[in-house]
Write a protein that binds this ligand. Structure first.
Ligand code: AMP
Length: 442
């Protein structure tokens, strides 16, 4: 990417990360840019519309450095344990070896021993930190030792459920571990049949799981461990009653592990009500964000699509996710890009589960280079080597932004996030000289 045109692209980053680290939280520029709602949840304040003005009230370039800053070299993490030292089954070590996974990530280093000891765990971590293997490895190990053990993994989206099962199959290859994905939008019949075969791992979304429990097809009393993955997202999506109902129906003696990127009061209440003296382990956002360089692309409103094709030409050959705001606009954008000869598919809520899975598979196996998506796709999706995330439409919250850009720069790779910002915003609200204290974000 050309990062030299000052009004077009400005660089965030390692400077911000440094400030974040020093202040132990968000940088001043982040605070200034995103503000805080009274609920305490950060918001992309100006990414909505300012009252009456019909224009964004926030200039995202406020938080972007003018000049490319020096890239910080991430200190390599030295885990305390090797995978062998956890005492995991030899077959798991073979799988890890085949997958090319050599040493535990920070969250795995700390969480695996706790789960093996039978402690409840709260993992404050985003996708991309290796959190899935952090709970799957010990649970597979425990299942191999106790064939009757049943694990229920509750996720916010179908895609995440499918992805967790895929990782389970990779880690548990050749171990004859039965699993089922129970998600809405897919036929319930095959899920019921699979449940009758008494799978060891049941992975699903809250609504479908509670439906299956209510129909008597899923027996919650046999569940030994419950994982709540991306709890914050499930709570945002309004699943609180389903989650409480599911937990309430499983045995009180169960082990419960909750994973969440953020810890809002509703998530804290869940921990208080359903976990027993949990060990809390936090892997900071910086670990994922510092591997992503973030730029804005300024566009004139009548030339937005042109700007996008120009940008895509420059980064040709890369694997790109483009985020749009609405289902229909995402579909339209994907069609337009195809007409312009770009290898594109789309993923959004108007597509069936099967269609979404096919699009995602085509993207994963390299058949298509560009995936146009709504935020539905932002959570939990892991596709290797996504080089660029393009926010063609602005995200509505800070969390959505973080989750979108977290699709790149994963698993120790670097990535680039490009956010389209209307010229009207960047020019009318250009920071006045001296109004922007760059020292604050360095
Ligand atoms: P997750 O945070 O669970 O979404 O994992 C992100 C990606 O990291 C997945 O593709 C994993 O296969 C990969 N991964 C998990 N553990 C490790 C590890 N210890 N080293 C390198 N990659 C890993």
């Amino acid at each position: 990417m050309n990062t030299k045109t000052p009004t077009q692209q400005r660089r965030v980053a390692s400077g911000n990360d440094r400030t974040q680290r020093r202040s132990g939280g968000r940088s001043n520029s982040y605070k200034k840019a995103f503000g805080k709602r009274s609920s305490g949840r950060p918001s992309f304040r100006g990414f909505g519309r300012a009252k009456n003005s019909g224009r964004s009230s926030f200039n995202p370039s406020q938080f972007i450095n003018r000049t490319p800053s020096t890239t910080e070299v991430e200190e390599e993490f030295s885990p305390i344990h090797t995978f062998e030292q956890f005492g995991l089954a030899p077959s798991l070590l073979v799988s890890l070896n085949k997958m090319g996974v050599k040493k535990p990530t920070p969250i795995q280093d700390r969480i695996i021993p706790e789960i093996l000891k039978g402690n409840d765990v709260v993992g404050l971590a985003e996708t991309g930190t290796g959190k899935t293997a952090a709970f799957l490895l010990p649970l597979i190990d425990m299942t191999l030792k106790d064939g009757k053990r049943r694990t229920l993994i509750v996720t916010p989206t179908r895609e995440l459920a499918v992805q967790i099962e895929a990782e389970l199959k990779m880690l548990g290859q050749g171990m004859n571990l039965q699993s089922v994905v129970c998600v809405g939008g897919a036929g319930i019949g095959p899920q019921i049949s699979a449940l009758q075969r008494n799978p060891r791992f049941i992975i699903g979304t809250p609504g479908r799981l509670i439906d299956l429990i209510n129909r008597g097809k899923l027996q919650p009393e046999n569940i030994k461990t419950v994982i709540l993955d991306e709890a914050d997202r499930m709570l945002d999506m309004g699943f609180i009653n389903d989650i409480r109902a599911i937990l309430g129906k499983t045995p009180a003696s169960r082990e419960t592990h909750l994973f969440s990127a953020t810890m809002a009061s509703s998530a804290q209440a869940l921990v208080k009500d359903f976990l027993r003296n949990p060990v809390e382990i936090s892997v900071k956002k910086r670990d994922t964000i510092s591997s992503i360089s973030q730029n804005v692309i300024s566009y004139s409103p009548d030339k937005k699509f042109e700007k996008l094709t120009e940008t895509l030409e420059k980064i040709k050959g890369s694997r790109i996710i483009i985020f749009g705001a609405m289902k229909y606009s995402v579909e339209k954008l994907a069609k337009q890009l195809k007409q312009f000869g770009f290898s594109t598919d789309s993923i959004h809520g108007n597509k069936s589960h099967g269609q979404r899975k096919r699009s995602l598979d085509r993207f994963k196996n390299g058949q298509i280079k560009i995936l146009v998506a709504t935020d539905v796709a932002a959570r939990g999706i892991h596709v290797n080597n996504v080089s660029h995330v393009i926010n063609y439409d602005l995200p509505s919250t800070f969390e959505d932004y973080i989750h979108r850009i977290g699709r790149t720069g994963r698993a120790h790779k670097s990535g680039e996030a490009l956010t389209f910002v209307s010229e009207r915003t960047t020019e009318d609200r250009r920071p006045r000289p001296n109004s922007f204290d760059r020292r604050k974000i360095r």
